[in-house]
Design a protein around this ligand. Structure first.
Ligand code: PA5
Length: 477
């Protein structure tokens, strides 16, 4: 691995501390060593399943190889991103779900928190927007702040059949036409190589610049392919660092023993907790930059594990509800529930050892000791103290929690986190014996939407919807 020095890479290693899941710290509420050891066989089998199926497109396991097989694509993306930065004032991603949450997450994690408000000279790229809804107000408001002729639109959809994304595309296409702009100049697709509607559209207009969303990579596992890499490169994120971080974590997790493999241990901790009725997994970063990592994780965990049938066809209803929470903000809204409510949660803290800047707290209000004690500290000290204090309070109340320690936030450590969560999800899915990579529950909603909007081929679905019983007016109060 040629990314920086070995010493630097090791100093940036993300580590797991799960002491607060054990009986030593939680008493009767915690896992004994014996209980955890009882997962050894299952965990090793899950590790082997993932290892044996790495890179298999037919199983949607292509994501495991993304840190290693994209040299040419990365070079192309970097060149394109440079052109985009020179040519456009705005960059807009049109996509939803796995095609949007990754770009949003990386942008918020690694760019200035008020990036779009910075003067042009201080930004590394064009103003950046990700449109992942079909709320008409949102589209109107976007169009109020961009000039389509000066905007590069990255339409991201594997299928090209997602109503939300294609609706947005139709609106943009119409605007570009009206402005006399050639769609080929202002639009880039990220889509399937051979099939799907974006491929057809591109062929029809004689070739729109298109990046490939590889066959074996599903939406929620796609941040480390062009879906996430192009938007990231446009705003100046070090995409080689992201991939190097993912490869580093892959190596860290090369062990079949859960005691040496943090992603496997995280999967075991969550599955063991779920077996004890902890059906809510709270992801709580103590960093505004990581707020949307929690969003991205929620999709990964929810859509991958929420299934009703096992791989051998047996009915099941499994999954754990992921909840996003932001430290310290949500200490003042949710932590009361986490500390004293039902014993149904596991809290994952994402904790920074070092923030990107220091913010000293000046001395003042010397006559008011309640306030004066803050002076002379830094905001970093305060947020870290609050993080430690919340972990302590939860532990004291017998609530399961563990921490992923991040030396500092950069492309390399973010890449590690992404790969750790992807591996954790794949291991957990294997332990639950479900298909981690499909999403039939989402497909059903997509079909019902098609039927409601009269799409050809969905007449039967429309009949199914129409055959619902009449609404009981007594239930509408
Ligand atoms: O994770 C997934 O597979 C989904 O969230 C998809 O990304 C989402 O439904 C969008 O699909 P598509 O890329 O086909 O437009």
């Amino acid at each position: 691995m040629g990314y920086k020095t070995k010493e630097w890479r090791n100093s940036m290693r993300v580590t797991l501390d799960y002491n607060n899941m054990t009986d030593t710290f939680l008493g009767a509420q915690g896992f004994t060593a014996k209980k955890l050891a009882s997962f050894n066989r299952k965990a090793t089998a899950a590790f082997r399943y993932v290892q044996e199926n790495r890179g298999k497109d037919e199983l949607y396991m292509g994501w495991t190889e993304l840190p290693y097989n994209q040299d040419e694509i990365v070079a192309d993306i970097l060149a394109t991103a440079k052109e985009i930065r020179n040519k456009f004032q705005y960059f807009v991603v049109l996509g939803i779900g796995g095609s949007a949450l990754g770009p949003i997450m990386a942008f918020n994690a690694l760019c200035h928190l008020h990036y779009n408000d910075l003067p042009k000279a201080k930004r590394k790229g064009p103003k950046f927007y990700v449109e992942d809804n079909v709320d008409p107000v949102r589209m109107r408001d976007l169009l109020d702040v961009i000039d389509p002729a000066k905007t590069c639109f990255n339409v991201v959809s594997k299928s090209g059949a997602t109503s939300e994304t294609m609706t947005q595309y139709l609106i943009i296409l119409d605007l570009l036409k009206k402005a006399g702009v050639d769609v080929k100049e202002n639009v880039i697709f990220t889509t399937d190589e051979k099939k799907g509607n974006l491929k057809k559209i591109s062929d029809e207009v004689g070739g729109i610049k298109s990046y490939i969303l590889p066959d074996g990579v599903g939406g929620r596992f796609s941040q480390l392919c062009p879906v996430g890499l192009l938007p990231a490169a446009v705003v100046g994120i070090d995409i080689k660092g992201l991939l190097a971080g993912a490869a580093y974590m892959d190596r860290v997790c090369r062990y079949s023993s859960m005691n040496k493999n943090p992603a496997l241990m995280c999967a075991v901790l969550q599955i063991a907790a779920m077996e004890e009725g902890k059906n809510i997994g709270v992801m709580m970063p103590y960093s505004d930059n990581l707020k949307f990592l929690a969003d991205w994780y929620c999709q990964l965990w929810a859509e991958s594990l929420g299934k009703n049938v096992t791989l051998d066809g047996k009915p099941c209803n499994v999954g754990q509800t992921p909840v996003k929470s932001l430290g310290v903000t949500d200490q003042h809204s949710q932590v009361q529930l986490y500390t004293e409510g039902p014993f149904d949660k596991v809290v994952t803290f994402l904790s920074l050892k070092k923030y990107a800047c220091e913010m000293p707290i000046p001395h003042g209000c010397e006559n008011i000791p309640d306030v004066a004690f803050l002076g002379g500290h830094t905001m970093e000290e305060l947020i870290q103290a609050e993080n430690a204090a919340t972990a302590y309070a939860l532990t004291k109340a017998g609530r399961m929690n563990y921490t992923l320690w991040i030396p500092e936030l950069n492309a390399f450590t973010l890449g590690q986190l992404l790969f750790l969560f992807e591996l954790q999800t794949a291991y957990a899915g294997a332990m639950l014996n479900i298909n981690t990579f499909n999403q039939p529950g989402v497909e059903e909603g997509k079909k019902a939407t098609f039927a409601l909007l009269g799409k050809a081929g969905y007449a039967d679905k429309k009949k199914e919807l129409d055959s619902l019983p009449e609404k009981n007016q007594n239930c509408i109060i």
